[in-house]
Design a protein. Structure first.
Lengths: 355, 355
């Protein structure tokens, strides 16, 4: 890590506006460009830099390489009062997933539950954002997506599953809903990619080389496989995520998915799945939220392990990052700024960097 | 481990019949006694001894201590076409959960999805059995339950969550559906209890003492806390399991749950939650099953890690145990037989042990 790694800090609005203009200049329509910019900046605000502004480069590259359909039809198929399948028509993943969660929310409000799958999609950013949207409307939400094969099923030395994240959102009277988002791999691939971009080593135990040996070199890890979290347990959950995201929806699965970073011939064909349900199915809404708040407070008041200052709720650290970066700005490395500037030059969008 | 640890081996039917008669003699009705006997023997057939026949002792003890209502009303509340809450009326957990999954299956067949919660329940055995029941009817099922506080939220040194298992079942054309059932703790408490019963040490890393130190002594582990699997990730999933099982259903949560083994004043008030959905929501049923079968076969054909002979599917080892024990019988330790015999003597049910 050099002194360049954090170069300048920007207000979220400044970066959002810049990304918005970049994606519009690249050919996305006004609404989708805004959705993508908002989404990526939100991920960075939450401190999830691997799924935030850093994704701008590869998203724009895939658009430029004609890997994305910028006029997708987003057909709603197989619709019932509780379910629907969105054929994303190889559109950008973020607007496709936004549409899916909105539809699941609408169904859940009417019937109690909404199950919406998405097929033929692309990388949809950070799942936390979708479940937050539902939880902000007092609904319980679960979201899963598959991803290009980088994780070895437990016992194998070949990649098959993606990092296959699972996220949930729970309404609460706290300042933010409880929002948790985790990869079922030992680590998100984005974190390894970011480490490589920034020239950092990764911890041993995250990944193996193609020969099945542990490595701290992010480049070797990208050639090899990531390990599942909790060994057989992470493998088991990842199998479920893959099933709901793709076997159920008709999306591509496992090694059939086009890689985000290296594949510019084959489309991704990713699948996502959203389940939204009313929080007042069995007890009243205020009772539910009060129970969440009470349990949360009880957990925070437990005696900490040695060396631990504060016990955090699931996803609480991300909300603390959000408050901090919302107030103090988002740091961007010099390398990131240069990458963004190159796109700005290409598309005639003025740089935000202070020269 | 002494030579006594496996004393005699019995056909499943012999043990089932014996347990059936024991539970009936203890006051359960014919149907519930059969459900409980079938359930516990099925868990042992699958090799999950911690949740199988070994649970007979504590179940009968709780009945004898009047901790269980053997004439529960099982009222169905808050019913909609897609959801219902079963008030288990402090009945045995297994029949209460059977009723819930049956209702979720019925709703899923009609509407596409069924969400059924259970409140005021007791230990419901092994979740795998419930999701198997749904998967055998070509439905996708998820099941969660909370459990007495034995696991420290990540960062704490006090127990708050239970082992909070999550299970799923996926229909397939393989000989058995894909059925996966895992504790969100590093290990199921039943495994620690069984180790203590059989005088075995436990691996370091499973649990901490009340002072927050790792231990290999199962008795000290039972006094202390189990750790979550995958650290913050298991904590995050456990929080969701607790929420769906109890905050949503109105059941007791966290440390408010009565302990299965040591609490004979306060009822357990456990909560469970089942979600069943049609596998043909988006693609046809045969397509879905074919996709499951194909993915399963592709995973099994991957190159194994060094030292690994065969890559197993999630839950496949349990089905192999099932085939083996169905054919060759279930081994019971001398200690287990003596425990069962003591109940037989009390209730006038003839022992199955070969004297």
């Amino acid at each position: 890590m050099g002194e360049q790694s954090v170069a300048q800090t920007f207000k979220a609005e400044v970066i959002t506006d810049y990304l918005h203009r970049l994606f519009e200049a690249a050919g996305a329509n006004e609404k989708e460009a805004k959705q993508i910019a908002d989404h990526l900046v939100m991920a960075s605000l939450r401190g999830v830099d691997s799924h935030g502004i850093s994704k701008t480069d590869i998203y724009l590259k895939r658009i430029k390489e004609n890997m994305i359909n910028l006029q997708p039809k987003h057909a709603i198929n197989r619709e019932t009062p509780v379910s629907a399948l969105i054929e994303a028509d190889n559109g950008m993943g973020i607007p496709s997933a936004e549409k899916a969660v909105d539809l699941a929310v609408e169904k859940a409000k009417k019937t109690g539950v909404g199950l919406v799958g998405v097929s033929n999609s692309n990388h949809c950013g950070m799942l936390a954002n979708y479940v937050t949207k539902a939880a902000d409307q007092d609904l319980i939400a679960l979201a899963v997506t598959n991803a290009p094969a980088v994780v070895a099923p437990w016992g194998a030395r070949q990649a098959f599953f993606g990092t296959n994240p699972i996220a949930y959102g729970l309404p609460s009277n706290r300042p933010h809903p409880i929002v948790f988002d985790m990869a079922t791999s030992k680590v998100a691939k984005g974190k390894i990619v970011l480490a490589e971009q920034e020239g950092r080593d990764i911890p041993l135990g995250w990944a193996i080389t193609p020969e099945g040996e542990q490595t701290d070199d992010p480049a070797r890890a990208i050639e090899g496989c990531i390990l599942p979290m909790g060994e057989a347990k992470g493998y088991g959950i990842s199998f479920l995520v893959e099933t709901l995201s793709s076997l159920l929806t008709g999306a591509a699965y496992g090694p059939n998915i086009g890689d985000l970073f290296s594949e510019f011939e084959q489309k991704q064909e990713l699948g996502h799945f959203f389940m939204v349900m009313r929080a007042d199915l069995f007890v009243g809404l205020e009772t539910f939220k009060h129970r969440i708040d009470t349990m949360a407070e009880e957990i925070k008041q437990l005696k900490p392990m040695k060396g631990v200052k504060e016990i955090y709720l699931p996803g609480e650290i991300e909300w603390l990052n959000y408050e901090d970066r919302k107030l103090n700005g988002i740091p961007l490395s010099m390398q990131m700024l240069e990458t963004l500037d190159a796109w700005g030059e290409l598309y005639g969008v003025e740089s935000i960097a202070v020269k």
